[in-house]
Design a binder for this molecule. Structure first.
Ligand SMILES: C[S@@+](CC[C@H](N)C(=O)[O-])C[C@H]1O[C@@H](n2cnc3c(N)ncnc32)[C@H](O)[C@@H]1O
Length: 600
């Protein structure tokens, strides 16, 4: 039997909703859950390699509950009565305070929300906590209305997973995976008191726990990823605080003006691409510093620019978050630093491609939509691969632009197919990367697994850069580079990889490529296909933008997982699983269909 709750609402004659019952229920839940089972209950349908990938990165950490004690002493007494020891100091909670303030029309400064994290043990003695948010509701404070409303709706109750070794790519991959299974962005924030970033999501319809909200907690400052996450959060969840001061220089928009403003922002999107390309072309990031500001005349001298022109560009780039302006001038942000040619996985080549050859063809998008012929082919009279092949400078820029997004491969060496091949007893196993570009992916796989051998199949002109990269990574002696076409896929290897190849082509050509792979694969070989997947519904996805890019520039397309499964099936292959990578990409795992395997 529970004792009466000790947090009574001032002025109520009936007992308040039981904060103690809610604390007890949260503690029980945290003690009983096992992370993989919990993930599959939170996201019904999550299983196989994707569940394993999430389990590798996410650790169930706590369940949260919001309670309303009159003060901290009363809170500690209540926790002690629930068997929840809370020895540490109570810390301020910025995120929940701001959410409550926005929801109930209060100034954040009027609300005191503290966090305590009493420890409990999971089923295998894992260290976990019940995260207790406490809004102080002193008698007569006028905050009891908030308490009554929040207790009834329980909006802040959530489950939390700690993200192991978070970096922007891992976070984007995890968030994409949650989105794919129907979870929707629902706010979040950066807590400077703890140097941690919180991403909230709404659990999908049909979620199988009583909790409707999920938190991913990443240690460190991940405000770039957070900004993308918040952009996907419905604005209605963040009503403007009525008493928050307005910036005096921003005139109030009439409702009628908003669609026009939205459309203007969209119509000028091309200027953004060009501003980023100009920034890269001028080598502005190389002339700037991350930590010290530089003034416009100094920067103009360094990059050989007209001072006024550069001032205009820098102000625009500051609006994009690529540079920031301080009293000592302009400095580079983390985002802008990726445009520095010397940055690891520099995105400078991509900026030059998207602002250059792949930009000009977008002027012919309407033609591509009408005819199905890529705008690029219309402009240049030939396919982009053929066009680049005749211009070594452009070809090298394209190859380097592909390497720009190579961090999406980072999780791939941990794919079960590759770890199984790497640890299989007997002879060393071989991975063939078909059209493997400059070897970024294969280099990562061979670096992670010293027992594996590699073969990189590419067009001859790409191979010198690939050899140099594989040698620089120290895996050149375990990897051969073969010049050839898709028809030359080497026979008899253990794992085949097709990364960002199929999306360059229509279904007919994909079938040809896949049949070459299937013919070369022994019965028990595995095929990993790395691609962005179009969502089955209309949920937001990077793949939607790249689908347009493929239509206009390559004549290929992005596809849903079902579409890939169908094309695999037409080539004697079956889709065995799908695992999220970063930047919206997935690793699809295919094997030979049983009848093909028996016949072959
Ligand atoms: C989009 S890139 C992907 C490169 C790499 N797999 C990656 O994910 O970074 C496509 C690759 O297909 C190669 N390719 C195009 N046509 C080819 C062909 N007929 N035979 C072999 N490779 C081809 C290109 O050279 C290019 O490196």
């Amino acid at each position: 039997m529970h004792s009466e709750p000790s947090f009574a609402l001032p002025g109520r004659s009936t007992p308040a909703p039981a904060d103690r019952d809610r604390l007890d229920a949260a503690a029980r839940f945290v003690r009983e859950q096992d992370t993989p089972v919990l993930l599959s209950r939170v996201l019904p349908g999550l299983d196989g390699p994707e569940l394993r990938a999430l389990t590798d990165r996410c650790r169930f950490a706590h369940a949260a509950v919001l309670v309303f004690p009159p003060d901290e002493r009363a809170l500690r007494a209540e926790l002690a009565a629930c068997g929840l020891p809370a020895d540490g100091p109570a810390r301020p909670s910025v995120v929940v305070r701001d959410r409550l303030a926005a929801r109930h029309g209060h100034h954040p400064g009027d609300l005191e929300v503290r966090i305590l994290r009493p420890e409990v043990r999971g089923p295998a003695e894992e260290r976990r906590t019940v995260e207790v948010f406490a809004l102080s509701v002193p008698p007569g404070s006028g905050l009891s209305r908030i308490a009554a409303d929040e207790r009834g709706a329980d909006r802040e109750a959530h489950l939390a997973f700690d993200v192991e070794h978070p970096d922007p790519l891992v976070l984007r991959g995890l968030l994409a995976s949650f989105a794919r299974h129907g979870a929707a962005p629902d706010g979040g924030g950066y807590n400077p008191h703890e140097d941690g970033t919180v991403f909230y999501l709404t659990a999908p319809e049909g979620t199988k726990t009583p909790y409707r909200r999920v938190e991913l907690y990443a240690g460190g400052d991940h405000r770039d990823v957070l900004a993308e996450h918040l952009a996907g959060t419905p604005a209605a969840r963040y009503p403007r605080q009525p008493d928050a001061p307005r910036r005096p220089d921003v005139p109030r928009q009439s409702d009628a003006a908003r669609p026009a403003e939205t459309l203007l922002r969209l119509l000028t999107g091309a200027w953004t691409t060009q501003a980023l390309a100009a920034c890269a072309e001028l080598r502005l990031p190389e002339a700037m510093d991350r930590h010290a500001g530089k003034r416009v005349p100094e920067l103009a001298g360094a990059v050989g620019a007209h001072p006024r022109g550069l001032a205009v560009l820098l102000r625009y780039l500051a609006g994009l978050g690529v540079v920031s302006r301080g009293p000592d001038g302009y400095r580079l942000t983390d985002t802008g630093a990726l445009l520095d040619d010397a940055a690891p996985a520099s995105m400078r080549p991509l900026a030059l491609m998207y602002g250059g050859p792949f930009y000009a063809s977008f002027a012919h998008l309407a033609h591509a939509v009408r005819s199905g012929e890529p705008g690029f082919d219309r402009l240049h009279g030939e396919n982009h691969f053929d066009h680049f092949a005749r211009d070594p400078g452009l070809a090298a820029l394209f190859d380097r632009s592909m390497a720009s997004s190579a961090p999406l491969f980072d999780p791939l060496p941990g794919h079960p197919v590759l770890t199984a091949a790497a640890t299989a007893p007997g002879r060393p196993r071989t991975v063939v990367d078909v059209a493997g570009g400059t070897g970024e992916l294969l280099g990562r796989v061979l670096t992670a697994h010293p027992a594996l051998r590699g073969v990189l199949l590419e067009r001859p002109q790409v191979l010198p850069a690939a050899r140099a990269r594989l040698t620089a990574l120290g895996v050149g002696d375990r990897c051969s580079c073969r010049p050839g076409d898709f028809a030359d896929v080497p026979q008899g290897a253990d794992v085949y990889v097709l990364s960002r190849v199929l999306h360059d082509w229509d279904d007919d050509r994909c079938r040809t490529i896949l049949r070459h792979c299937a013919d070369a694969m022994p019965a028990d070989a595995d095929l990993l296909v790395v691609e962005r997947l179009l969502p089955a519904d209309d949920s937001p996805s990077l793949a939607t933008a790249w689908d347009l890019h493929m239509l206009c520039n390559t004549g290929g397309r992005e596809r849903t997982a079902d579409h890939y499964a169908r094309v695999f099936g037409e080539c004697g292959l079956v889709l065995a699983g799908s695992a999220p990578l970063a930047l919206g990409a997935h690793a699809l795992h295919a094997r030979k269909a049983p009848e093909e395997a028996a016949g072959g």
